[in-house]
Design a binder for this molecule. Structure first.
Ligand SMILES: *Cc1c(COP(=O)(O)O)cnc(C)c1O
Length: 429
């Protein structure tokens, strides 16, 4: 993608651009980012007045669309009273209401909410909880984790250790961080028997297992069935390995149920939540533990407490936004909308399947994916989508969509239409 014609970018962009470092970007060659000046509903408004339909909802956070008046109103009220206060020794209604409401919504047994500030940190906290669970119970040596190929759990060091380093974007760090067991998701009966004997062999060194239920997101939007998820849950329990569900991506309706674990009718020992928690407005996350995990920390010995405490944990503004987001899930037919989106995307993206270079087309909940044999012309693809008036950001070997749940049928048709048209051109290049 070439830079835009000189003089068309706002001054703040040209002046500030040399001083920022973008995520996952080769700064030597990456094109300058698009200047966004406002958001509304499904739309991003650019500095030059153009509007793009956001097909990925800001990394699948903005589930109710941008600037939803109910969430904005709740945040404005909270902003005037108390934007932030520390959570050590103090508490406030937004956080305690949110903790109560989350535990009521989550699968049974997940009753103890630890707030933090990002998805990666919620995974770090889950890993620490699992490690210390065994330490507190006087069991030595259970210090490693099992995770799955194509898995992604965040960019901090502990979270990175349970990502698929081999296939993933953290490859340069291999050999420099804790080596965990990264295994295939057991999708067949034989694989499950193998997975069970693997856990049995290593259980004395394993603290827990981490999985993205039903959809592995940043590792390529790969889907697995509820039967596989349920089997992994059962095998973990049989081997007394703590089961950590990373629902940072899948939580809050993205796969069609409020939480992906519901589809397999399972209850994890620990669950991680973030991304759509605040409806895409603030960085906030939660690690929620079962009674069993929580009780291992209860003791007269202060050393058995969970030693973690992010400065901005349970930020009241974020909690107010999250409570407002939960109101919307209660009041509005979001999950019905997600079911309709799945049907629409599955059908509308189907023509891509016949294109040369396309490996697979799939949809689950509000996630639509076209997987390619190999990514080619990535910058061209990204530019063409912008020309089509949509914001889509292919990566790895996929072109994917995770639109806001409030997307109108005609907007969704514009998104899927752009994917079909642009990939048609791409296939002929
Ligand atoms: C995005 C994501 C994370 C990391 O969350 P951050 O807020 O970016 O730190 C962890 N796990 C999954 C499944 C995610 O999708």
């Amino acid at each position: 993608m070439t830079a835009r014609p000189p003089g068309t970018d706002p001054r703040w962009l040209t002046r500030g651009w040399p001083h920022v470092w973008l995520p996952y970007a080769q700064m030597k060659t990456t094109p300058p980012p698009l200047p966004v000046v406002a958001t509304e509903g499904t739309r991003l408004r650019l500095a030059d007045g153009r509007q793009l339909i956001d097909g990925i909802a800001s990394w699948w956070t903005a589930c109710h669309g941008y600037n939803h008046p109910h969430i904005i109103g709740a945040m404005e009220r909270q902003l005037k009273i108390m934007p932030h206060v520390m959570f050590g020794g103090l508490s406030h209604q937004p956080a305690l209401d949110l903790a109560r409401r989350l535990t009521a919504l989550l699968p049974p047994g997940l009753n103890h909410v630890f707030f933090c500030d990002s998805g990666s940190v919620s995974v770090e906290v889950a890993l620490k909880m699992a490690l210390q669970y065994w330490i507190n119970r006087g069991v030595a040596g259970r210090s490693r984790f099992v995770a799955f190929r194509h898995g992604y759990h965040g960019d901090t060091l502990g979270a990175m250790s349970v990502c698929d380093l081999e296939g993933g974007m953290h490859r340069p760090f291999k050999g420099h961080i804790r080596e965990q067991f990264i295994v295939e998701l057991p999708s067949t009966k034989e694989a499950r028997t193998g997975f069970d004997s693997f856990l049995r062999r290593h259980r004395d060194e394993i603290a827990g297992l981490v999985i993205e239920p039903l959809v592995q997101g940043a590792g390529g939007m790969k889907f697995h069935g509820a039967d596989t998820l349920a089997a992994v849950r059962r095998i973990a329990a049989d081997n007394d390995v703590l089961f950590i569900a990373d629902e940072v991506m899948t939580g809050f309706g993205r796969t069609g149920r409020m939480f992906a674990c519901e589809e397999a009718d399972i209850s994890p020992d620990i669950i991680c939540l973030s991304k759509a928690l605040t409806g895409g407005t603030m960085g906030l996350a939660a690690t929620v533990a079962s009674d069993r995990v929580y009780e291992a920390f209860l003791d007269d010995d202060p050393a058995k407490a969970l030693m973690h405490g992010p400065t901005y944990m349970a930020n009241p503004l974020g909690c107010a936004a999250a409570n407002a987001s939960l109101d919307l899930f209660e009041r509005e037919p979001r999950l019905d909308a997600v079911a309709a989106m799945e049907a629409h995307m599955a059908e509308a993206l189907e023509p891509c399947r016949a294109l040369p270079g396309v490996r697979d087309v799939r949809a689950k909940g509000a996630i639509g994916v076209v997987q390619l044999d190999a990514m080619r012309h990535l910058d061209w693809l990204r530019r063409r989508f912008i020309e089509e008036g949509v914001w889509l950001r292919p990566f790895g070997d996929i072109v994917y969509m995770t639109p806001p749940f409030i997307v109108e049928a005609d907007e969704l048709a514009r998104l899927t239409g752009a994917v079909v048209r642009v990939l048609g051109e791409w296939a002929r290049r």
